[in-house]
Ligand binder design. Sequence first.
Ligand SMILES: [Zn+2]
Length: 249
Amino acid sequence: MTQLKGTSKRDGSARRLSVQYGRKRVECQLLYSRRKTLAIDVNPDLSVVVTAPVDADDAAIAQKLHKRAPWIVQQQRFFQNYLPAIPPRRYVSGESHRYLGRQYRLRVHQGSEDAVKMARGQINVVLADTSQQRRIKTLVVGWLRRRAEVVFREIFEGVAPKAEHHGICAGSFDIRRMKNRWGSCTREGRVLLNPDLIVAPKTCIEYVIVHELCHLKEHNHGPAFYRLLQVMMPDWEGRRERLNQCILP
Ligand SMILES: [Zn+2]
């Protein structure tokens, strides 16, 4: 059942309400506005905002919310799949950086030619002029981007034949920075991968690629999508779990 909680405030300030969906209770924020219809938004931080017309009565809001509960939970699950919570980096010597699920210490050295090399658990940045702080970031970000291209390509090409076998036209992928998601796909059937995904273990990168490949055939997160994902990658849930864990600060 859907329940409305709190005192009614129809002056534009927020009320809390909650909706029960199976065993899951979803907390929502209720706002009133001059709009004519009720709107529900699920944000990437999993918060739910319900915007109702000023004259909407509680019973009508509760009924609508109850009806949309499966969609709300589905949206939350979607954002939960893709929450890139990476703490901001400062690109200074000694700082730890994640690469393919492991921690690497950043070391800045003085040398004749600017370069980035990985060795013995360290990301070594060689700079002709070590006072150029911003140059360190440029070099490391560029290096990670090139690594992402190589690693993503390798994994994509590894899973593409299986996808084709399941009737998915795998095509190719592009690397694109996205604010709140690890992967996406275009209407033209190209997979988009966030370059920051290079922080995650390969098994998780593979999960994101397979997830997006399944979307090329099943566009939303309906039962058919999960059936396909299950066939393509029976252990996807564990990988998603790991992806969520490994990126938390
Ligand atoms: Zn999806």
